[in-house]
Design a protein around this ligand. Structure first.
Ligand SMILES: [Zn+2]
Length: 117
C-alpha cells in the first residue's frame, strides 16, 4: 500500500499512514464540516495506523454537541489535518488537502449528509 505523509501548514503537526491509493474523498454538510470545507478521506484509520508527531502544545482539539467527534487543529496555523469521527468513534479521517503532493481539489468526492443526523 502507498505510504502517505502530511502536515498542517506550519509543520508543527506531521502525520504518516499507509492506505490503498487515494482516488476520491468525502465531504460532509454538518455544522462544522460545512464551515471547514475540507475534503476528507473516505476511509478511516485506527489510531494505531496513524503516526502523528506534533511539537508541544501544537495539537489542539475542539469538541461540541455529543463530544464524540474530536476535531483536531494546529494551535499555531489553525489548519485541521484530521479528526476522529462521530460515526466510528476513535477512528480518524484525514484532511486530503494536508497530504504532500496530493491535489485534493481534483478528486471526486461524495457528500455525507451529516446535517440530518
Ligand atoms: Zn500548524
Amino acid at each position: 500500500m502507498p505510504q502517505y505523509k502530511g502536515s498542517c501548514h506550519c509543520g508543527a503537526i506531521k502525520f504518516e499512514f499507509s492506505a490503498p491509493t487515494i482516488e476520491s474523498g468525502l465531504r460532509c454538510n454538518c455544522s462544522i464540516c460545512q464551515r471547514k470545507g475540507a475534503i476528507m478521506s473516505a476511509f478511516t484509520l485506527a489510531p494505531s495506523d496513524l503516526l502523528i508527531t506534533a511539537t508541544p502544545d501544537s495539537l489542539s482539539t475542539y469538541e461540541f454537541g455529543s463530544h464524540i467527534a474530536k476535531h483536531h487543529f494546529c494551535s499555531k496555523c489553525g489548519i485541521y489535518p484530521f479528526h476522529q469521527t462521530m460515526r466510528k468513534p476513535g477512528r480518524y479521517r484525514i484532511n486530503l488537502g494536508c497530504i504532500e503532493g496530493m491535489d485534493s481539489s481534483s478528486l471526486p468526492f461524495q457528500v455525507y449528509d451529516g446535517a440530518s443526523i
